[in-house]
Design a protein around this ligand. Structure first.
Ligand code: DC
Length: 220
């Protein structure tokens, strides 16, 4: 059995950073499922496919939708590779986040993505980062982590991240968008964002990434 560590939580809880640190340290594969949803949103947009005409285009999408991840280097986002292109910067925008959040609430989209996510479970092990990794996709994973942090702290982290990419954003609108997205992700009917009953919940508000990894290692 391939070992899987699931890391779920809302945006800005530190999932991406922690998943990257663990993947690099253990030399395991990484699945950034949020980026997988974002890539599907991008691919659909590029091909003028929306939720209304998704069904008839499903075979075309299935044939071409092959995404891979490179954990990259610490401090920089996990890299998203699609059709021989690094699309990290394209999919990690606030605009794509908004489109993706709506799309991810659709059951037909979640069903489409499900097998793609499970394909990442290969030796020597997998770090799976997302919203429903521990509850739905890898529900029998041995190690499940759920990260949280206050909305203010998460918005601050997102602002720093965007600044690093040269993007200036208004803190108040960032916080508002983050809370709207949280609400959508936690209140949706299909695979809502909730901690798995057998997960370890860590509040990262007052911890740096090394501190979080230390807590996780104790748990592992
Ligand atoms: O983690 P992220 O911000 O890149 O995720 C983008 C969107 O995708 C976000 O609105 C939540 C959604 N998502 C999801 O519904 N299920 C997942 N496993 C991962 C992300």
């Amino acid at each position: 059995m391939i070992p899987v560590i699931t890391i779920d939580g809302p945006s800005g809880s530190g999932k991406g950073t922690i998943a990257q640190m663990l993947a690099l340290e253990l030399d395991w594969n990484i699945l950034d499922s949020g980026a997988l949803y974002r890539t599907l949103a991008y691919f659909m947009k590029e091909n003028a496919i929306d939720i209304e005409n998704f069904k008839e285009n499903q075979d075309f999408l299935k044939k071409r939708f092959h995404v891979s991840f490179d954990p990259g280097i610490p401090g920089e986002p996990v890299r998203v590779l699609f059709e021989n292109k690094d699309i990290t910067a394209i999919v990690r925008t606030e605009e794509m986040a908004k489109i993706t959040s709506n799309l991810a609430a659709e059951p037909i989209i979640r069903e489409f993505i499900k097998p793609c996510q499970r394909d990442f479970m290969t030796a020597p092990g997998l770090i799976a980062d997302g919203r429903d990794m521990g509850t739905v996709i890898f529900s029998d994973a041995k190690y499940k982590i759920f990260l949280t942090a206050s909305a203010e702290e998460r918005a601050k982290r997102r602002q720093t991240q965007l600044k690093r990419q040269g993007l200036e954003v208004n803190m108040r609108s960032l916080l508002q968008e983050l809370e709207d997205r949280d609400r959508k992700d936690t209140e949706r009917e299909h695979s809502p964002l909730i901690p798995a009953v057998d997960s370890v919940v860590i509040d990262t508000s007052n911890l740096n990434p090394e501190g979080v990894v230390k807590v996780i290692k104790t748990y592992l």
